[in-house]
Design a protein around this ligand. Structure first.
Ligand SMILES: [Zn+2]
Length: 425
């Protein structure tokens, strides 16, 4: 099957070069995209070939999310917690850990399906997720993977292992991770955070990551409390502790947040090649602080931390917060927005080839050129311009509608599961 994008304004996501061209998109990632001399006439098309008229539309590479939590999907609009959290630790205790302990595999499926639909409609075709459901661990990663696959979203998944619920869930988390990675899925060894991970678990997790040639995916110094805990229990700061455990030698490791770091930790991290994900909206929401990342490392991606599924929104938020913290420019924020593609390539990951594209119906009042594109990226282009999305050479969103499932049925399923979950809170 070949998709022909006729008369597209094609924006090369790396060079920002713009050209008016026809494009041929293949499902085979090796073939990816090409520039045919002409779109074949209707009688010369194969039975499954399609031609999409892209005149006046911008076509460019689709987007990716570096840190997501599908498990939070059913929290939207839920009843208030029994106690109003007074700090970050209480936010976890009274909100997130209260929810994730009550998730069933059915609720996880509904969460992942709904989240994948929102990702697709926002032009996000690749998600790195961090999943928690301490009393529905076995099969949870395969459930999330199956839901993402149904919508057409590529993924790197992990289970958020910790010691917070005792030895049972901890060992189940390790086993689920081992089984999932051994089955050939791409993903990480997920850990919650230093303050919920003892030394034995940390050691086992690094060993498991080595076994599967992957990295850890863990929250790091999101709140100052994580550092206080590490200093009091281990006499070292969080990044120092992970460094000593060998976690930073794993080049595929992802450290989310990294807000409260000392100069020594910044050096260790910056010299390691490990990756950092910035999630400013979540940080504002939890009032845990802000950080400038400019001098830390070039290996920075953007995430949503589960707050939503719109990476253009994340980029704009990070740009605005970045004015005060590090004076970030248009090019700096665009690089972070696009760094996920570099991460996936360096990881050797599948599902992010050139045949992942968005078609934007961008109604700008001003001219768009290679020289001013980044201004349009920061101030103009947003999710409502995403009209059609192509993932692995297949259309997964067309004219704003998902093509692989009946969205209203999925959302009804999600609302049913949401009611069940809220009833248990
Ligand atoms: Zn997170």
């Amino acid at each position: 099957m070949t998709l022909y994008l006729k008369d597209a304004t094609f924006l090369d996501w790396q060079t920002l070069e713009i050209r008016r061209t026809d494009l041929a998109v293949e499902e085979d990632p090796q073939k990816g995209i090409s520039y045919p001399a002409a779109v074949p006439s209707p009688d010369a098309l194969g039975p499954e070939d399609r031609v999409l008229d892209c005149s006046g539309k911008i076509v460019t590479k689709s987007f990716g999310c570096g840190h997501h939590h599908i498990y939070s999907t059913l929290a939207r609009g839920m009843p208030a917690p029994r106690k109003t959290p007074a700090n970050f630790t209480e936010v976890l205790q009274y909100i997130w850990w209260h929810i994730d302990k009550r998730l069933t595999l059915e609720m996880i499926e509904a969460s992942a399906l709904a989240s994948a639909i929102y990702c697709a409609k926002n032009g996000v075709t690749f998600v790195i997720d961090h999943h928690a459901s301490p009393f529905a661990i076995e099969g949870s990663l395969a459930t999330v993977a199956g839901a993402f696959d149904r919508i057409g979203i590529s993924h790197m998944l992990c289970y958020e292992i910790s010691d917070r619920d005792g030895e049972g869930p901890r060992e189940e988390g390790l086993a689920e991770t081992d089984k999932f990675l051994a089955a050939g899925h791409q993903g990480h060894v997920g850990l919650h955070a230093s303050f919920t991970v003892g030394d034995e678990l940390l050691r086992k997790s690094v060993d498991l990551a080595r076994k599967h040639d992957t990295g850890l995916h863990v929250h790091v110094a999101e709140d100052k409390a994580d550092q206080d805990d590490s200093l009091s229990k281990y006499g070292r700061r969080v990044v120092e502790r992970f460094y000593d455990a060998g976690a930073l030698e794993l080049q595929k490791s992802i450290l989310a947040h990294c807000i409260h770091l000392s100069d020594h930790e910044r050096d260790l991290l910056g010299n390691s090649g490990a990756w950092v994900v910035q999630n400013v909206e979540s940080n504002q929401n939890n009032n845990v602080g802000v950080a400038g990342y400019g001098s830390l490392t070039d290996n920075i991606m953007l995430g949503t931390d589960g707050m939503h599924c719109d990476m253009l929104r994340s980029a704009k938020a990070a740009f605005l917060v970045g004015q005060a913290t590090e004076g970030i420019g248009f090019d700096g924020i665009y690089d972070r927005f696009r760094n996920i593609h570099r991460y996936i390539r360096e990881f050797g990951g599948r599902g992010d080839g050139d045949n992942n594209l968005v078609i934007l119906n961008y109604d700008s009042p001003t001219e768009l050129t290679p020289d001013n594109f980044l201004g349009h990226f920061v101030y103009g282009i947003d999710a409502r311009h995403v009209e059609t999305v192509i993932a692995r050479g297949r259309i997964i969103v067309e004219d704003g509608q998902v093509t692989q499932v009946d969205e209203s049925e999925v959302l009804k399923f999600a609302r049913d599961m949401g009611r069940k979950l809220w009833h248990k809170l």
